[in-house]
Design a protein around this ligand. Structure first.
Ligand SMILES: Cc1cc2nc3c(=O)[nH]c(=O)nc-3n(C[C@H](O)[C@H](O)[C@H](O)COP(=O)(O)OP(=O)(O)OC[C@H]3O[C@@H](n4cnc5c(N)ncnc54)[C@H](O)[C@@H]3O)c2cc1C
Length: 246
């Protein structure tokens, strides 16, 4: 009799768990917390999640995005040292150096004026920090090393443009073609292959075209499982939007 009670109880608990899971109360992918947050400007990831020493030979992950966050990991450093063959100690950590100012932007007045016929002021930036962020990938380790520990990237983009519509993109492309300006599309900036690196000896002005404001789903064909999506949406945004539509 007690066995029957226990089996019934377990079966009901399992059923409730399955119903909650289906209704979304329990995230299907609970491997990490994908909520938005401040991102590292030059590196992959969020500012709330880093490895830090919590003892001379032990590290932990900060924040609460990952299940392992907060746990002291005394075996990680010895493991990494054995695999990499180098000593890892707090004293060996290289401090970041202040960023050097990039060279002045090479944008000419005619190009700038022509752009602003269609683009608003907040769609055009020659801010140094914007230019640097748009001139490297977040996982191209050589670029990040040069930037964080040597202070400079070399050639950086001269201007950053933020189109918000297809019409903006057409205007940017035709204006750049008419003024001999190179365009480099920018999506999430995650590239691992150095594809955002500029040739060091490029003499022409270079404009980064940041697509992230174009992040709409234009059409969704539920029957054929096809969607038309603007080029700047991130995978996470897309997943969230599609999830909200069932
Ligand atoms: C943690 C991690 C895991 C990964 N795992 C995988 C994996 O399993 N498989 C895999 O294939 N890749 C993987 N990648 C690589 C990933 O696919 C690329 O980093 C990503 O696709 C680049 O997209 P992005 O929008 O960040 O492009 P960016 O880094 O912004 O740009 C990369 C290149 O694409 C160009 N570009 C960007 N947007 C456009 C656009 N709209 N139109 C035309 N050109 C454009 C840029 O000019 C640049 O040359 C991984 C990356 C990370 C960070």
């Amino acid at each position: 009799m007690p066995e029957a009670f226990v089996i019934t109880f377990v079966a009901i608990a399992l059923l409730v768990w399955l119903i909650l899971r289906r209704s979304g109360d329990v995230p299907v992918d609970s491997f990490y917390d994908p909520s938005d947050g401040d991102r590292q400007p030059h590196k992959w990831g969020y500012t709330d999640t880093i490895f830090e020493f919590d003892g001379p030979r032990s590290v932990r992950v900060t924040g609460s995005r990952y299940p392992l966050a907060g746990y002291s990991m005394p075996y990680f450093v010895p493991f990494a040292e054995e695999v990499l063959g180098v000593a890892i100690t707090p004293e060996e950590m290289m401090p970041e150096v202040p960023r050097q100012e990039p060279p002045p932007p090479r944008v000419h007045a005619d190009f700038d004026a022509a752009l602003r016929q269609t683009l608003n002021d907040d769609q055009v930036s020659t801010d140094d920090a914007d230019r640097i962020v748009h001139s490297h990938g977040q996982l191209s380790v050589d670029e990040i090393y040069r930037l964080l520990y040597l202070g400079a990237l070399g050639r950086v983009v001269d201007i950053v443009l933020y189109p918000e519509s297809e019409q903006d993109v057409r205007h940017i492309v035709s204006t750049a073609a008419g003024h001999g300006v190179c365009l480099v599309p920018y999506g999430g900036g995650t590239n691992v292959s150095g594809a955002l690196t500029l040739p060091q000896n490029e003499e022409r002005p270079v404009a980064s075209v940041d697509m992230r404001r174009m992040c709409n789903i234009l059409s969704l064909d539920e029957e054929n499982l096809q969607a038309t999506i603007e080029a700047g949406i991130s995978g996470k945004q897309l997943e969230r939007e599609l999830g909200a539509r069932g």
